[in-house]
Design a protein around this ligand. Sequence first.
Ligand code: P6P
Length: 340
Amino acid sequence: MKTLIEFINDTQSDFPYATGEFTRVLNDLTIAAKIVNREINKAGLADINGYFGETNVQGEDQKKLDVFANNHFIAALKHGGMVCAIASEENEGLITYDNAYSQKGKYVVTMDPLDGSSNIEVNVPIGTIFSIYRRVSESGPGTLTDVLQPGNKQVAAGYIIYGSSTMLVYTTGNGVNGFTYDPSVGLFILSHPNMKIPENGCIYSINEANYIYFHKGVKEYIAYCQEDDPSTDRPYTTRYIGSLVADFHRNLIRGGIYIYPGTFKNPVGKLRLLYECNPIAYLAEQAGGIASDGFRRILDIKPTELHQRVPFFVGSTNMVLKAQELMKVHSAKEVGIVTE
Ligand code: P6P
């Protein structure tokens, strides 16, 4: 058995910023994750899975656990002092710390503290998604410039999935590794070393309730998935649980594609670039997959605002390439993309 800390120590040399400071950031995130995990596992018992009575910047009802998770991740990163700013789905503006110690922090974090939280009361797996960047500002409180970096500047990204077991899955640019939490000893144990997403898969994940609003390229891809062609294992099967972390985690292990596309109704789709698409895209690429907005590599998109949304196609290389091919043929003009 190898614990997370042992793994980090063993792989320090693989990490270009081999500093104890980065390890501290990752450790701070796992401390908050353990606290959140404990609350989620008793949500049915405690009056904590109800609504908080507020809405977040997304206009979504905040669940008590959303707020609980957000507060604990912010507190843990503040306590660690290695992070000078946080962009959180739950906060409209940038979170910075007023203490000089944190203002010296070399890193910034973008996070969705509890993605898929509407699934809490129905016991569907939910997750925390995070990215870590080195700050670009010199000193003082972190700035928007520090968090509005393209995803290709991430130094680490990962998620914690709170499901039948709780797992941390993360990358620092040298592959993807999964750690299963053992609550009896309070440790994350390496259980899925060097995770690779199969280049082909038979699972497509999309909310087909939006079908009438989909662009032609998306409709053509769905039709492709449903064609009867045993030689290419089609028709595929559809699996959509309404929780990005759970859908992506399954597709990462078994192969598959997750699509939250732009539509005629919502041209940029629903998912947020900074703390949902970029971290998941970094993991997908590090595991051998692809992530795009249907046309452009997600990690090359330059963010312009904290909560900007982008269309999201992510998963097995050959599945995403097929979807991109159909988007290029049928929808480039619809979405105003000029293709060569
Ligand atoms: P819809 C959860 O709110 C989330 O951000 C993802 O976790 C999930 O895949 C998606 O939205 C579900 O959205 O519109 O299909 O309910």
